[in-house]
Design a protein around this ligand. Sequence first.
Ligand code: GLN
Length: 470
Amino acid sequence: QKCLSLIKKTKFLNAYITVSEEVAFQQAEESEKRYKKGQSLGDLDGIPIAVKDNFSTSGIETTCASNMLKGYVPPYNATVVQKLLDQGALLMGKTNLDEFAMGSGSTDGVFGPVKNPWTYSKQYREKRKQKLPGEKEDSDWLITGGSSGGSAAAVSAFTCFAALGSDTGGSTRNPAAHCGLVGFKPSYGLVSRHGLIPLVNSMDVPGVLTRCVDDTAIVLDVLAGHDPKDSTTVRDPVKPFMLPSLTDVSKLCLGIPKEYLVPELSSEVRSLWSKAADLFESEGAKVIEVSLPHTSYSIVCYHVLCTSEVASNMARFDGLEYGHRCDIDVSTEAMYAATRREGFNDVVRGRILSGNFFLLKENYENYFLKAQKVRRLIANDFVNVFNSGVNVLLTPTTLSEAVPYSEFIKEDNRTRSAQDDIFTQAVNMAGLPAVSIPVALSNQGLPIGLQFIGRAFCDQQLLTIAKWFE
Ligand code: GLN
């Protein structure tokens, strides 16, 4: 009840697209009955959880924040949603995002931008003379980051205890950093993508947003595992994920990738990054500078691969099977074209066009195949570093703290993604686990996060180290 009343009170954040109040209440009642009867309880029994609106939910509208899917009600649950429900979680609702998860601000969905709850924190308001919602001149606010900004705002505003995000190039970690949360991207193949409406199938993973690392481990424990409906999930994940408490980091070797020290990095993030490294060193860990030499190709390589997969993925939205269909009926082709023009925003249409260009017969080899080879080099950079004895990498998550909306929208979506995903994207191309942890507040009173990156399928080790640091 408290969470639902907070959802109502914080409606101005625009964190939720759909609030599933009745479903949550019914689940809560069932949970209470189980408890009263002394029946065994699930790992998440009675725990309010929100789900990004690009995961299919049976009987609940799933829009991807797009006109194209408005009114689409899936007949099945994504595997991860089903697993949460099987363990007794209460589904509070579906959270806002950039259309089809393409973005890094949660500003580009058809339901409007998500506002960062930290905009209204006392310290920030005093510094920036920020008005409260409803007061005059509340014309600007801080972005949440994205594309899982709705999920981040939902957890950060205490409307739920955990939320599912998705992470293709940083979409879980980036909003976690901007909203003062833990944002976890599991190893590719550890958690099922079945029912997650795809952006880039070869990079997408369901992500988890929580307020502390232990909570992430509890949720991950529920989500991880082989799924016959997703052939890319591995058969024998390390289970369970409950985290041992690490008291001694002296046997750890931490890598600091020198390529991540970019000129655009804010001085505050930079200094927190080096302080964090110093802390590990002072506790006896070995901290060394390492090189990931192909880092600078990552953004451009991601662009080619992402748009190519997008072009192919978006082909299914033709006005026949799902959601939106335009009124034009002069020909099938005209119907397809008008439906897609009306259904997709310009970011999605732009990516479809770019992707189809890269996939043209005359371009395929020069762009798509080349990008796949570069992707392998980027992935190998990480393998080489880990094989040299490094246990985890420590990097920033974002270039700076959250910025005001007015500033963010000055650049177009593509430029923004290129800048905002600089520390997160390569991880998706390599399929590695990574977690963003809130470390401190900036001078303006806003959260700053740092990222740990681990070896593939060493998710538990990664979270254990993150917990020590937390
Ligand atoms: N910002 C990146 C993009 O727009 C990543 C998005 C994501 O991780 N879903 O493609």
